[in-house]
Ligand binder design. Structure first.
Ligand SMILES: *Cc1c(COP(=O)(O)O)cnc(C)c1O
Length: 397
């Protein structure tokens, strides 16, 4: 009762004085509102995976608790950024870490670190890159949509094919070398890419946004020698959807921090991370690394079996479980059928599932199949998915 907070809590709880508090300042007890229903925004069973437009993943309950905790006190934002970064770096055994507002934001902040560094004039001037190192080397096969977040810094991409061309492209204007972890074509391997960069003292950045799980990858890529490694916080790690991780060299993470919020005059000021996301992301990493990976995998196999057993009971249906090699390394059920026997096209099955009750979203896939990912399903949903796909196929056979 000694503290001011105790005092305020006390008077608020006293009925007489409490009633003097204007209604607009009184904290109403939360009621259970069904917001999505109120707004007419449909929910669905996620048999698709961690797609951004489908809101990716559901946060761990521990993360939601941390967000709630964070929302109740003021802290100095940079203190919390420092402390959370330090904790994540310890957990993931890398030199330094920062929470970004998503993997794409980490691409921008990390690039700015290589271009403007800690130079106050350069930081203010971005994306005007005159007089700075402003070229980013990338393998031609590693160009992708998300590299827009690198171009936001004002840099110019220099595309290369093969080791010899890569080495020739390095010059005094080279700011960074970008690597896309999930690319299906990587003529210059990660190891060779790192070796060449180190020889010429050029910082490397690896975008591995969607590549966790497995857990190990969070440590492996910095240990392999990439100077900066990026993960999305809201995909498989199940943190806040607008959070991400930039892991790596201390000097670069420090520079990345100076090129973003809370520093007003920086290229990354729009990429703010709030206290709730900072703590939420930290707890997501803690929860993710200590979860039982084997038990999780077994549960996914159980769900696969349940769905496969159900849909295979329709004559003419074939199923196969595939695990992608790099990104989204989790079981996906590929369902195909003999269209002479079952007269419906895969896209119409997708539509029927989407428009059914409950609505179900499946993985975007080639036109000849329906692909189901089981890792984002909630308890008892595998059963519903199994039943609905069977119903739709059966009704066309
Ligand atoms: C999803 C993704 C991103 C963007 O991640 P956000 O956390 O949504 O910003 C960047 N790169 C790759 C390869 C991704 O898969």
């Amino acid at each position: 009762m000694a503290g001011r907070r105790g005092f305020l809590q006390n008077i608020a709880s006293m009925p007489v004085i409490g009633s003097l508090v204007p209604a607009s300042l009184a904290v109403a007890a939360p009621t259970r509102r069904d917001f999505y229903k109120e707004l007419g925004v449909g929910t669905f069973i996620n048999a698709a995976g961690t797609y951004t437009t489908l809101t990716a993943s559901l946060m761990w309950p521990e993360v939601v608790q941390a967000i709630e905790y964070a929302s109740k006190s003021f802290v100095r934002l940079t203190d919390l950024h420092d402390a959370v970064g330090k904790r994540i770096a310890e957990l993931l055994e890398c030199e330094a870490a920062m929470v970004s507002s998503g993997a794409a934001a980490a691409l921008t902040c990390g690039t700015a670190a290589c271009v403007a560094g800690t130079n106050p004039e350069f930081i203010r001037r971005l994306p005007d890159i005159a007089g700075m190192k402003n070229e980013v080397i990338v393998q031609k096969t590693h160009r992708y949509g998300y590299d827009h977040a690198v171009r936001n810094v004002g840099i110019k991409f220099v595309e290369v094919e093969g080791e010899a061309e890569l080495e020739r492209a390095i010059n005094e204007k080279t700011a960074m070398m970008l690597f896309f972890n999930a690319s299906d074509k990587t003529p210059v391997s990660a190891e060779r890419f790192i070796a060449i960069a180190k020889k010429h003292k050029i910082p490397t950045m690896n975008d591995a946004a969607a590549d966790a799980p497995p857990t190990g990858v969070l440590k492996d890529l910095t240990k392999l020698g990439f100077d900066m490694v990026i993960f999305s916080g809201g995909k498989g790690i199940r943190g806040p959807q607008s959070a991400g991780l930039l892991l790596g060299r201390k000097d670069l993470i420090e520079a990345a921090r100076l090129n973003t919020s809370p520093y007003s005059d920086s290229v990354g000021r729009g990429l703010k991370v709030n206290k709730e996301e900072l703590l939420g992301m930290m707890v997501a990493v803690e929860t993710f690394v200590k979860r039982d990976e084997k038990a999780e995998w077994k549960e996914w196999e159980r769900r696969c079996k349940q769905i496969i057993d159900s849909v295979s009971s329709v004559k003419g249906v074939n199923t196969e479980v595939k695990v992608p090699q790099i990104s989204n390394r989790v079981p996906h059920i590929h369902i195909t059928w003999d269209e002479a026997k079952i007269k419906i096209k895969p896209k119409d099955v997708v539509k029927a599932l989407r428009e059914g009750t409950p609505a179900i979203e499946v993985t975007p896939s080639p036109a000849d199949r329906v692909v189901v990912a089981v890792w984002m399903l909630q308890p008892n949903e595998a059963e519903i998915v199994a039943k609905r796909i069977r119903e739709v196929l059966k009704s066309a056979s």
